[in-house]
Write a protein that binds this ligand. Structure first.
Ligand code: OXD
Ligand code: MN
Length: 588
């Protein structure tokens, strides 16, 4: 498919190492995809679902021990440990190569190696970056065909260029003890072995579009972030774009596909999704920050997705979707997961493929079960989704899950203070996760597991970017998760979050006032529209409470930030230490 010497030489080496029986290039054609689906169905790797109810949809089950990203087995192998920093796992590249080579050796005997040329972003975009993933999994191929732009057009676009990200994935034995997800940023290389779970093996996503891309972005002067991108259309047709970073399990996909509450929908407000997980941001010719979603699909968490929480996501999964680790309804050959509806199937297999009794209290779908669905099938996909120039960003929003500390929304004083707010991001563990409830996990910019170099240098890069962007977006923080004395969420969330986003855009436009506080600019309660929220218990008094700032809690939080800065170590920029000191002074 190509004469590119660098590509062919690299693939040749991997063929010698892994020793597959066959090598197949992925061309991106419908015919090839169909043939691969059939082959995977014949071996049981995927199950063809009811094509009348779910056209083009399939079910896959991973191994029991292979259901999530493995942060403790994820490495950044830069030449020196200092370049990877104190937050990442690091190993000497030569040592890691030796270890990996031993694992890859003959790993594809009896198997086929698929060569997937793919692009993060549409190939014609100035943001686009090309990768080639070698894998022995058809499941990976079928997912990559949804999540990226893949096939012949990509290898044609690469031409003779040697600038591509190499990715080698071998399922091997799915052995946890020898599972590695390794990045060699200086070699433009990602290696994954002994896993078949999406986040570990769809190498375009977290591995490339965040870890390797953040490293490249640092070198090249742009940002690769764990952010959704959405557009808010006003009744006059104007659209304003916001990007937002939240840790996993804070509802990024739900916010990205938000449905305006009735009172706004009636007036003509609309929300358009550009992306739900990753944003690449560059300074545009107009001096603003422009963003693209480098992905082509959604790899969303299934449980909890339903007609109320996220109808757009649900409709997106009605065709051309791969479901992973959900319940298989044997009566009608469809799928189900906890939180889809109140009617669990009575004749069904659980995510492990065992007969499931929905009355015995066990979960049928794995809590991290997923759908891989095409962005273009999303009812609210933005018409700018395929715009090679991206969209201009008016506001960056950070957030987390904080029961008490953070108010519903506040605005940072300026860019550097905004970077401080991002660096101080944290989320509290919930009862849904193992371990103690309410434990604060610091997750700067929601990038804790995704920065491909030293966290301190990453923060410094944010500060530098602020100096370079002539018209930077304003930076905000939101918290949908404050709880009352009974531990119940106070704010209704979901579609009603639009009310908060509109305050944010009002601040950007300069049409709404704010009150200065030690943490930043707070809304005046009357400036957030709560009309229609009476039944949700939101009165002006409750809203005032949601906007209140408890200085003692923030003093404690500042201690947590300092502790994390110390862990990051001496690469923590002086500017952030100054921001922290200034914050403490404002609190006293
Ligand atoms: C994801 C994650 O899968 O952040 O998007 O874990
Ligand atoms: Mn994510």
């Amino acid at each position: 498919m190509t004469q590119n010497k660098a590509v062919l030489a690299w693939i040749d080496e991997q063929i010698k190492l892994c020793n597959p029986d066959k090598v197949v290039w992925i061309d991106g054609s419908d015919e090839q995809r169909e043939a691969l689906r059939e082959e995977a169905c014949s071996t049981g790797e995927i199950i063809k679902l009811n094509q009348e109810k779910l056209p083009g949809c399939y079910l896959h089950r991973t191994a029991k021990n292979d259901v999530a990203r493995v942060e403790n087995r994820t490495f950044i192998c830069t030449e020196t440990k200092e370049e990877a920093g104190n937050i990442n796992n690091w190993c000497d590249p030569a040592e890691m190569h030796a270890k990996l080579n031993a694992l890859y050796k003959d790993s594809m005997v009896g198997r086929t190696m698929y060569v997937i040329p793919y692009s993060m972003c549409m190939v014609e975009s100035p943001f686009a970056k090309i990768g080639i993933e070698l894998t022995d999994s058809i499941y990976v191929v079928l997912n990559m065909l949804i999540m990226t732009r893949a096939g012949k057009k990509v290898i044609d676009a690469l031409g003779d260029d040697a600038d591509f990200v190499k990715g080698l994935h071998a399922k091997k034995d799915i052995d946890e003890e020898n599972r590695y997800i390794v990045h060699f940023p200086q070699e433009n290389l990602i290696c994954s072995v002994n896993s078949g779970y999406g986040g570990n093996v769809l190498l375009g996503k977290k591995c490339f579009a965040l870890r390797i891309a953040s490293y490249l972005a640092h070198k090249e002067g742009w940002l690769a972030e764990h952010m959704l991108i959405l557009g808010i259309e006003y009744p006059n047709g104007e659209v304003h774009y916001i990007s937002a970073a939240f840790p996993s399990a804070c509802g990024k996909t739900n916010l990205a596909m938000l449905i305006p509450p009735e009172i706004y929908a009636k007036q003509g407000y609309k929300v358009w999704c550009v992306g739900d997980d990753i944003a690449w941001l560059r300074i545009g010719p107009d001096g603003r920050l422009w963003a693209v979603n480098p992905e082509n699909g959604f790899f969303g968490v299934a449980p909890g997705t339903n007609l109320k929480s996220n109808p757009n996501a649900l409709h997106t999964t009605e065709r051309e979707t791969i479901f992973t680790n959900v319940v298989h309804n044997l009566d009608n050959n469809t799928v189900w997961w906890e939180g889809l509806d109140k009617n669990p199937p009575t004749n069904a297999n659980d995510w492990l493929g065992n007969k499931w009794d929905c009355t015995d209290g066990s979960k049928g779908a794995h809590p991290n079960s997923r759908f891989t669905a095409m962005a273009e099938n999303c009812p609210c996909i933005s018409k700018e989704f395929n715009n090679p120039a991206g969209v201009p960003i008016d506001a960056i929003v950070f957030g987390g899950r904080r029961a008490k500390t953070a108010p519903l929304v506040y605005q940072s004083f300026d860019w550097n203070h905004g970077v401080y707010v991002g660096s101080a991001m944290a989320s509290e563990t919930t009862a849904a996760a193992a371990g103690a409830v309410g434990v604060v996990r610091r997750d700067p910019m929601a990038m804790l597991p995704f920065v491909g170099y030293n966290m301190g240098d990453y923060w410094a890069h944010w500060i530098e970017m602020g100096k370079k962007i002539p018209n930077p977006p304003k930076i905000f923080n939101v918290n949908w998760f404050r709880t009352n004395a009974e531990g119940k969420f106070i704010w209704p969330g979901f579609g009603d979050n639009l009310r908060v986003l509109l305050w944010i855009l009002g601040r950007v436009a300069g049409t709404v006032d704010a009150v200065e506080s030690p943490i930043g600019f707070l809304p005046k309660a009357e400036d957030i529209n709560i009309e229609g929220l009476e039944n949700d218990g939101i009165t002006i008094e409750v809203l005032k409470d949601l906007l209140s700032v408890d200085k003692d809690l923030w003093k404690e939080d500042a201690d947590g930030v300092e502790e994390f800065y110390n862990k990051v170590g001496d690469h923590t920029p002086a500017e952030l230490r100054n921001q922290l000191a200034a914050f403490r002074a404002r609190l006293n």
